[in-house]
Design a protein. Structure first.
Length: 77
């Protein structure tokens, strides 16, 4: 495990040290997931395949909600 202290810029940005980027193969354009728990932040590299099932489920739920005929009546108000 590696530990580094980084500073936050006035725009809220941080730089991930090269040693850590290289260790977990973070490249330009990669997406990172930030999880907040009180005063703690966990940063994890996103593997899109990991969220594939979750995204598919979210799409199905959204389609059901958006195609709900009960909500069409609000269009007339």
């Amino acid at each position: 495990m590696r530990a580094k202290i980084v500073k936050v810029t006035d725009k809220g940005q941080i730089s991930i040290p090269t040693t850590i980027r290289d260790a977990i193969k973070i490249r330009r354009g990669d997406e990172l997931l930030l999880l907040e728990d009180g005063e703690n932040i966990l940063i994890q590299k996103v593997k899109k395949s990991r969220f594939k099932d979750l995204l598919k489920h979210a799409e199905n739920v959204a389609k059901k909600l958006w195609s709900n005929k009960e909500d069409d009546r609000w269009d007339k108000i």
